[in-house]
Design a protein around this ligand. Structure first.
Ligand code: KG4
Ligand code: ZN
Length: 352
């Protein structure tokens, strides 16, 4: 089975071709990602209008490149998948409309994929992880702990009540004048800083649920920075290290609870899987390993390029859905909001 995948929900314009063999194994034939980071950098975050325009300008070329690297024609495809949400609606419209046009012109099935479902299923492409497993999705837009029971069968065990975890890293970087995107820059500073110097809160820890909150941590960090301004290089490094240590402690506590809830509601997980850009952080990976070890399961961490936004994951989720006959009509609407636990096994029964 050969699927073309298209991803345009945020600031990456991406296209990929993925194959799925009858035994369920996946293979990436091409995976092209064009990042718009430089176009948004001066604004310190993604500007939706700029993103949508950039997707329009680049997408046809990126698809052509993905097809030629995979050395196949549109005729050879078994389906065309695009992220139909959640995300910045202008960009989602660009990707989904393009997928519809290709599907219509070449008479191929359309697969309107939930971007979060694609993150959730990536471990099956890279590691053939069996259901059920516990997913920690940690990106610039999402922070969730999910029970993945099957394709289209997700149980939300915890999530953020305010900022996403990556957003907290980005805001910390912005506050300290480090640049965008902030995660890797904060991690680099933290490596040479003293994580014990500033006393920062660990929001939500100790509660019985598996939810997150980062806005209080962000405010506490700002107050500490204001107290000692102007900041020396050492101050910046110590603030980053203290912030990252607080985030790591929060992740440890919340994931322990998430896994406890998983056991209660689903059973024994086959793995703890991480996804999203924040999963690239070494300190966070270390604590994920530890938590997985504690409960006697393994950590499945896809390579960073497949943790961050890409189209191979969209194509793969499309393949998993096509195998089950879950194709979508050409009039399916793009969605800015689309919670993963509302992804039905069949789109025909899902609320639209
Ligand atoms: O998954 P992703 O590429 O895009 C979406 O947000 O969907 O994640 C990007 C986020 C940004 O907030 C970025 O700062 C964060 O992931 N990030 C990191 C690291 N690398 C990327 N956060 C912490 N440490 C990192 N090394
Ligand atoms: Zn994403």
């Amino acid at each position: 089975m050969l699927i073309l995948g298209i991803e345009t929900t945020c600031d990456e314009t991406a296209a990929a071709v993925v194959s799925r063999s009858d035994d369920g194994r996946g293979r990436i034939l091409s995976n092209i990602v064009l990042s718009q980071i430089s176009e948004h950098a001066e604004f310190g975050g993604v500007v939706p209008e700029i993103a949508a325009r950039a997707h329009v300008e680049a997408l046809d070329r990126i698809i052509a490149k993905a097809m030629s690297e995979a050395q196949i024609s549109f005729e050879a495809l078994d389906g065309v998948a695009a992220a139909a949400g959640p995300g910045l609606i202008g960009g989602v419209i660009v990707g989904l409309t393009t997928a519809k046009a290709i599907a219509l012109a070449h008479d191929k099935p359309l697969l309107a994929v939930n971007h979060l479902e694609a993150h959730a299923l990536t471990a099956r492409l890279t590691d053939a992880t069996a259901f059920p497993y516990c997913l920690f999705l940690a990106s610039g837009g999402h922070t969730q702990i999910l029970g993945v029971r099957g394709v289209g069968d997700y149980l939300r065990l915890g999530g953020t009540v305010d900022d996403a975890i990556g957003e907290a890293f980005d805001k910390t970087a912005k506050l300290l004048g480090l640049g965008y995107p902030g995660g890797p820059l904060v991690e680099k500073e933290a490596a040479r800083g003293d994580g014990e110097r500033f006393v920062l809160p660990r929001p939500m820890t100790g509660r019985r649920d598996a939810d997150f909150s980062f806005s209080g941590l962000k405010t506490a960090l700002r107050l500490e920075a204001e107290k000692i301004a102007p900041l020396s290089d050492e101050d910046v490094a110590d603030l980053c290290a203290s912030f990252q240590q607080a985030v790591v402690d929060v992740v440890k506590d919340r994931l322990r609870n998430g896994l406890r809830l998983f056991r209660l509601r689903i059973g024994t997980p086959n793995a703890l899987v991480c996804a999203g850009g924040v999963a690239a952080n070494q300190a966070i990976r270390k604590v994920l390993h530890r938590v997985a070890f504690e409960v006697g399961t393994e950590l499945v961490a896809p390579p960073p390029a497949l943790c961050t936004d890409n189209a191979a994951m969209i194509a793969w989720a499309g393949a998993e859905r096509l195998v089950l006959g879950l194709t979508d009509p050409l009039d399916i609407a793009p969605r800015a909001r689309w919670p993963l636990d509302h992804v039905a096994k069949s789109e025909k029964t899902a609320e639209r």
